[in-house]
Design a protein around this ligand. Sequence first.
Ligand SMILES: [Zn+2]
Length: 312
Amino acid sequence: MAGIFEGMRWRGYPIGVTSAFGTSELLLGEFGGGEPGLLITAGLHGDEGPWGGWAIRKLLERIETADVRGFIRVAPMANPLAMQVDKRNAPVDQLDMNRVFPGNPAGSYSERVAHVLATEALKGIDYVIDLHGGGSWCVNDFVFEMEGGRELSISFPASFVVKREADSDSLSGYAQSLGLSVAAVELGGRSQFEETGAEKIAEGLLRALCKVGVVDESKAPPPIDPPLPVSGTSVLRPDSGGIFVPVLDASHIGTLAPKDTLLGRLLHPATFAPLEEFRAPFDQTALLLLRPFVAQLEAGAMTYVVSQPVND
Ligand SMILES: [Zn+2]
């Protein structure tokens, strides 16, 4: 049961970096040829890369050739150079690739990659699912819902959903400007549960593909309850640098913590004297992103993303 994975048509787009780095290659994989078309991207931010790509691989193994009705395109390594060094941005220009769309064929590295995604990857596409989050230093459990994209977003078995207007210079925002439906997914990441996280993403992708008619709807995973709507997202950051030691581990991602729950601590890097504490700021603090492992942080580093349930 290799699914359509073995039948994927892979096409490489060489992208020059610098004379020292040589050339990197952006790979797009395709299957099918009908309508509608759905594009899945992962790793626009390089440190979020392998987990989304791994989920795409699981998805492709799960879909049989006979069940494909439309067109699937994937970009599992959307920012090759950034992923190579496990950083959010490519080291040669340090640009956030999700803020340079539609890119520029004569620009710097990130702008040129974005240009290939904006032109080649979006060609013939009606729906875009952009896999983020769940990176090498954090775990996440939420989806962004953007205007016109609710059906895609609630396909994912995430704990929380955040309504958001797409930034116009992001992949999602640019795709929206072309009339496409989009979703951004922040799920999974490095922890003892990374395999489960990738399974959840693959399940959500398959449900979305069936919902929009790219894959026969008889193959859809069982229906799920939509994620809990949350709003007022805020980021907890340390005032100074130090050693971060988590109190809540990865099993708490996607849960609601009572106000003042101790989430983690910041310690002095030499004496290990306590410097700061991270505590749940709301009566019902939705944990959207946390760091499950000990880490050295710089002042201002993203440490937790929290939110609150929406009151109807
Ligand atoms: Zn990202």
